[in-house]
Design a protein. Sequence first.
Length: 217
Amino acid sequence: MNSIISPSILSCDFLNIENEIKIFEGVKDLWLHLDIMDGHFVPNLTFGIPIIEQISKKTNIPLDAHLMVSNPEFHMAEMKDFGLDNITFHLEASKNPIDTIKKFRSFYKSIGVSIKPGTQVSELSDDLLKELDLVLVMSVEPGFGGQSFMEGSLDKMRELVRRREELSLNFQIQIDGGISDKNVKVVREAGADNLVAGSFIFKNNTSEYLNKVQSLR
Ligand code: DX5
Ligand code: ZN
């Protein structure tokens, strides 16, 4: 499988969001990463259900929702008919992740679970990994764009690659936080299949966005 690049619109020009998104229309192996923060699970607030619904109506780009919220099931229920391609919730915010996945299995093509920098891969049980389409390793503390990449995430990805092989599974390994052309090589070698990048792509002129995506491939 080719690796996927997932631009995170957290760092986009929000007053011009429709035009910003259009730039990525039709690009192969690309997801649009939507960071949903509730000011509770993480200190910051972003956007939520009505904005995601509008985006889903305007674009054919695969949409990847990253829920940084204390009540993931509420959001998963509200967004179940938006045609999202992947939805990821945090292990730390979930009482029974396997139950949550089973409950929403039929509404989402792909469901992921994310772990914060302080959460170990060993906290993801074999039974949970068997239910997952994606594991998101956070390489910064969730909540803000533009932070520095945490090296400890590399060993986590290597461990996930090992577990995936041992269990003969095929979940994607996604990495999110501080990704740039400076660390992309080592991140991919460690096993990332799907790379989220926010400020590296969006903190440039719009004419540069696709070059930045290309430079991560
Ligand atoms: C952080 C978000 C990330 C963020 C990444 O909590 O989950 O998706 O947008 O931004 P950069 O690439 O700037 O670290
Ligand atoms: Zn994210």
